[in-house]
Design a protein. Structure first.
Length: 319
């Protein structure tokens, strides 16, 4: 590892975090294939290994307390997931630390992929039972508040109210007038959703599942990691949308595996395909509005993603 694992998070800073927490000394080692928005490193050796994470970009929201809370709630439901034992800030940069999870990445066990997508769907169903409780960090909630049914209605109303002649998405060419009507119709589909609300993991994928060594763990369940995208909302739609998005973008998940995930999560994918399409469109419309307000540098990318979704809304469910 170089002295600077990223342009903004140095090895020296990571060693200071480890020292502050009383973790093993030594050079932090990047964790292979881990981390998108975060620098992820391992310190220590053998059974005394720890994972330290820190955001690459200080504009990113500090989600580590939310990860800690979410993992704690999931563990209380019997979901195998490591406890986030430390969260804090050093030199105005947040960090988290947890025990290293040994085992085989699920991606490296292709003969088990179908079965593991069922496992992830079962985890999705159980995670969706987690409800807001005292101590739940604000970052887990949308800008419309912690009353989940009220917040969802406000989210739909906000996006519907924006679809007028002064809509910023019209001005920048993200939507046409005809597409505004299409979005409005999709919002009405979502109003008919059964009122099921709870926590979603936000990144249920084989890359976030670790398989225990069978010689050591017997029948131990796969371990779910990375709660950095957790949030409250309508379940299981946010997680189902994310799994389908990965299928479309990365091509690592088959239609059959998506169906297994959905069934285990309690959704008849063929019957509810129109709901998923509607949710996907609303997510991308809202993402462009968020970028206009918070991250103008991301507007071109979010517009391109919205265009892709708009071009695909009439595609029927794969058979």
């Amino acid at each position: 590892m170089s002295s600077s694992p990223s342009s903004s998070v140095s090895a020296a800073w990571l060693r200071r975090v480890a020292a502050e927490l009383g973790l093993p000394e030594g050079t932090p080692r990047p964790l292979t294939d881990a981390g998108g928005v975060n620098v992820v490193v391992v310190v220590g050796t053998g059974a005394d290994r720890w994972v330290i994470r820190a955001p690459k970009d200080l504009r990113s929201a500090d989600v580590f307390a939310a990860e800690q809370w979410s993992a704690r709630q999931a563990r209380s439901l019997g979901i195998a997931t490591p406890a986030v034992t430390h969260v804090g800030t050093l030199d105005d940069r947040p960090f988290s630390a947890q025990r290293f999870v040994a085992g085989t990445p699920a991606l490296d066990a292709p003969h088990r992929h179908d079965e593991l997508w069922t496992t992830l769907g079962e985890y999705c169903l159980r995670i969706g039972r987690i409800q807001p409780a005292e101590g739940a960090p604000d970052v887990l909630f949308s800008r419309f508040g912690a009353d989940l049914p009220t917040a969802w209605t406000a989210h739909l109303d906000y996006n519907l109210d924006q679809l007028d002649a002064d809509d910023r998405l019209l001005r920048i060419g993200a939507l046409s007038t005809a597409e505004q009507r299409q979005v409005a119709d999709r919002i009405e589909v979502l109003r008919a959703l059964p009122p099921r609300f709870g926590l979603s993991h936000g990144d249920l994928a084989l890359r976030n599942l670790m398989l225990p060594d069978p010689s050591l763990a017997g029948d131990a369940a796969p371990t779910l990691i990375d709660w950095g995208s957790a949030a409250f909302g309508p379940v299981p739609w946010r997680d189902l949308y994310q799994v389908d998005r990965d299928r479309r973008r990365e091509g690592v998940t088959s239609w059959r595996q998506l169906g297994r995930f959905a069934e285990a999560a309690g959704v008849d994918l063929i019957a509810e395909w129109d709901t998923l399409v509607s949710y996907r469109l609303l997510q991308h419309v809202d993402l462009v509005r968020w970028a206009l307000d918070r991250r103008p540098d991301l507007v071109p990318d979010t517009m391109a993603q919205l265009r892709e979704v708009l071009d695909d809304t009439s595609t029927p469910a794969p058979g």
